[in-house]
Design a protein around this ligand. Structure first.
Ligand code: 5RP
Length: 228
């Protein structure tokens, strides 16, 4: 699996990252291969004057270790962002956030000229909702927000910290995450609208109309699926 993730990441870096660019750096195991590859190319001098905008504290640490200079959204906007996904639907609508960084990932992706997704073929689905939809929520009144999410006819679960299951998972922004299991999701954009009408629901894991391309690695090849 790691080989497939690495292959997708390296193809995306080769196709989309050039010297002089500001690059949004995604979060998760697949995105970390892209961070490593950019770091290698910066170290070897094949990429010059590249700066990264990390989507999480974890990625910031990785990028610093890899030798990629970092900037913030106050200083620059990404020419391209490369990030992983949990599910990729046929129209390149995504579910993201099972790795716990969806709000910052979405902010960076939305601010980017080009958003490129890197996945192995196991992430491709016929319709979204094979697994839970993460929703980043405000801790204040989380009980009310969870009830409101459940009223959209899903099973909700407040995420625990994968590193310490006695504690709730807290995002870099200080928020909780509600994982919402729907029996089916016929219209992701409509559901996203309903979720966003809940005041405590800060952002959900649907990424609609954001991905310009998805680089998919399969056992026998790597292919790029362009939007539209
Ligand atoms: C983090 C994410 C990740 O990109 C997503 O969970 C995929 O991660 P991985 O590449 O480890 O499977 O959305 O919030």
């Amino acid at each position: 699996m790691d080989d497939l993730k690495r292959a997708a990441a390296e193809r995306a870096v080769k196709e989309y990252v050039q010297s002089g660019m500001v690059v949004g750096l995604g979060t998760g195991s697949t995105a970390s291969f892209a961070v490593h590859r950019i770091g290698e190319l910066v170290s070897s001098g094949d990429l010059k004057d590249v700066r990264g905008i990390p989507t999480s504290a974890r990625t910031a640490t990785l990028a610093e270790e890899a030798g990629i200079p970092l900037v913030t959204l106050s200083e620059a906007r990404p020419h391209v962002t490369i990030d992983g996904a949990d599910e990729v639907g046929p129209d390149l609508t995504l579910i993201k956030g099972r790795g716990g960084a969806l709000l910052r990932e979405k902010i960076v992706a939305h601010a980017s000229d080009v958003f490129v997704v890197i996945v192995d073929e196991s992430k491709l689905v016929e319709s979204l909702g094979a697994g839970p939809l993460p929703v980043e929520i405000e801790p204040f009144g989380w009980e009310v927000t969870l009830e409101a999410l459940a009223s959209l006819v899903c099973e909700t679960e407040l995420r625990m910290d994968p590193a310490d299951a006695r504690h709730l998972y807290v995002t870099d922004g200080g928020h909780y995450t509600a994982d919402c299991r729907f029996a089916s999701i016929p219209d992701p954009a409509a559901l996203e609208g309903e979720i966003k009408r809940i005041p405590g629901a800060l952002e959900c894991g649907f990424f609609t109309d954001l991905a310009r391309a998805v680089v998919v690695s399969r056992e026998d090849r790597v292919e790029t699926i362009e939007a539209g």
